[in-house]
Design a protein around this ligand. Sequence first.
Ligand SMILES: *[C@@H]1O[C@H](CO)[C@@H](O)[C@H](O)[C@H]1NC(C)=O
Ligand SMILES: *[C@@H]1O[C@H](CO)[C@@H](O)[C@H](O)[C@H]1NC(C)=O
Ligand SMILES: *[C@@H]1O[C@H](CO)[C@@H](O)[C@H](O)[C@H]1NC(C)=O
Ligand SMILES: *[C@@H]1O[C@H](CO)[C@@H](O)[C@H](O)[C@H]1NC(C)=O
Ligand SMILES: *[C@@H]1O[C@H](CO)[C@@H](O)[C@H](O)[C@H]1NC(C)=O
Ligand SMILES: *[C@@H]1O[C@H](CO)[C@@H](O)[C@H](O)[C@H]1NC(C)=O
Ligand SMILES: *[C@@H]1O[C@H](CO)[C@@H](O)[C@H](O)[C@H]1NC(C)=O
Ligand SMILES: *[C@@H]1O[C@H](CO)[C@@H](O)[C@H](O)[C@H]1NC(C)=O
Length: 390
Amino acid sequence: MKLLWALAALLLSSWRADATTAGFIKSPLSQMKLINDSAELHCEVIGNPIPEVQWWFIEGEEPNETFTQLFDGARNDSVRINATYIAHATSTIRLTSLSLDDTGTYECRASNDPERNDLRKTPKIKWIRSQANIIVIESPTIITEPTEVSNQTSSILSCNLTDSSLPIKGSYWTHNGKHIEESESDASSPYTIYRLDKITYHSGGLYECVFKTEPPVKETIEVKTLPHVGAYKHSEHGNEMDKGVLTCVAHGHPLPTDWVWFKEEDGTHKGIFNGTGDRYEIKSTPNKTILSINDLSIEKDIGNYICTGTNELGASSDKIYLRVRSRLAALWPFLGIVAEVIILVTIIFIYEKRRKPDEVIDDDDSGSAPLKSNSTTNHKDKNVRQRNSN
Ligand SMILES: *[C@@H]1O[C@H](CO)[C@@H](O)[C@H](O)[C@H]1NC(C)=O
Ligand SMILES: *[C@@H]1O[C@H](CO)[C@@H](O)[C@H](O)[C@H]1NC(C)=O
Ligand SMILES: *[C@@H]1O[C@H](CO)[C@@H](O)[C@H](O)[C@H]1NC(C)=O
Ligand SMILES: *[C@@H]1O[C@H](CO)[C@@H](O)[C@H](O)[C@H]1NC(C)=O
Ligand SMILES: *[C@@H]1O[C@H](CO)[C@@H](O)[C@H](O)[C@H]1NC(C)=O
Ligand SMILES: *[C@@H]1O[C@H](CO)[C@@H](O)[C@H](O)[C@H]1NC(C)=O
Ligand SMILES: *[C@@H]1O[C@H](CO)[C@@H](O)[C@H](O)[C@H]1NC(C)=O
Ligand SMILES: *[C@@H]1O[C@H](CO)[C@@H](O)[C@H](O)[C@H]1NC(C)=O
């Protein structure tokens, strides 16, 4: 009996020895954010057994502050918590669509005490805590000049960051989300410009000036151009009774809102619409339009087709020539090859036949002739002449 007790005591003590209290290995970091941004706080804790991690929001000043525990989906689903308990505990809280009310202190609490959630137990100091502040501020005003560029050949985009107390470490511009390297600046100026010397459909899109503040602030200028419409292929072909497919794509900003197809007939343009004669089908997205013609006919469908894409600034077109081959035509290449083979075989055959009697003369003319001329007296004029000249 005594032995059993000793064993139990030993086991208990060894379990105790293995157990370690919770300790932070990563603590959440304080940050400043703009309204509508999102923020993430991260916390990692070790301990044995693996500690439980909770997030709390603290409002007000001591001593009458209030504590609210944050759960996944709290605050109208703008709070997301992702925790893993593998080897040690990690927990990330993500706050989206921040509002001024989200400003405050966020606390990561951890404990592996078996009695940690027993409310009757006091004191409740079995939890370790780590805090970070999130400060949500109004977005400072950035005045853009011009506010929009439309149908112009050149422009100077400018941004003026007004009434901001945020320190500026520089600025840069982006085009459709892509960083423009040349625009990078370390100047602490609240004013930045970007030159567009020649505006083409390539330069259209969204330009954004970004001031390197904490948090970064930015504003967008839209540059609009005529769309650029191009045929995928300027010449297409199809077989009679098959399906013909013509494609045009558009580039630029904004992309076409309307696509129209025409067929050139006797110098006029005849509109083609979805379902016309059951043979036409048009499928369009802003950057692409596809005209399918079913049951191609040599009489009706050969010719030039025009696709036109229109955005708010105007229209742009391209032309595609459609060829229609007769169904037999598809056979011609094969027949051609067969005919070619037959002709070749015939020629070779005839040649071989004729070659037989000529063989001796042929040999004399080439390879063996000079050998012969060296050893024996030569009867050919050519060789005689050569000897003379020597
Ligand atoms: C926040 O974002 C929403 C949609 O993303 C937008 O409608 C709203 O105007 C934004 N609010 C501010 C203050 O920027
Ligand atoms: C905070 O507590 C102090 C006293 O501890 C009290 O005078 C004050 O009214 C309290 N403030 C609020 C907002 O409850
Ligand atoms: C949650 O969203 C609903 C509707 O979107 C809104 O009426 C309510 O005020 C929101 N509650 C909070 C706490 O933001
Ligand atoms: C939670 O975090 C883990 C590791 O960081 C990640 O692999 C997983 O996709 C995340 N889950 C969600 C729902 O965000
Ligand atoms: C930027 O805006 C401020 C306030 O409107 C104005 O005083 C200042 O002259 C502007 N700066 C430039 C370079 O336009
Ligand atoms: C044409 O009709 C097809 C099928 O009925 C449809 O998928 C397509 O969106 C239509 N296109 C246009 C431009 O209306
Ligand atoms: C067309 O637009 C879609 C989505 O708007 C995009 O995924 C696709 O890459 C674009 N295609 C071309 C050829 O630009
Ligand atoms: C855009 O410019 C072109 C030529 O410069 C002109 O023909 C067209 O009418 C302009 N469009 C608008 C909407 O101003």
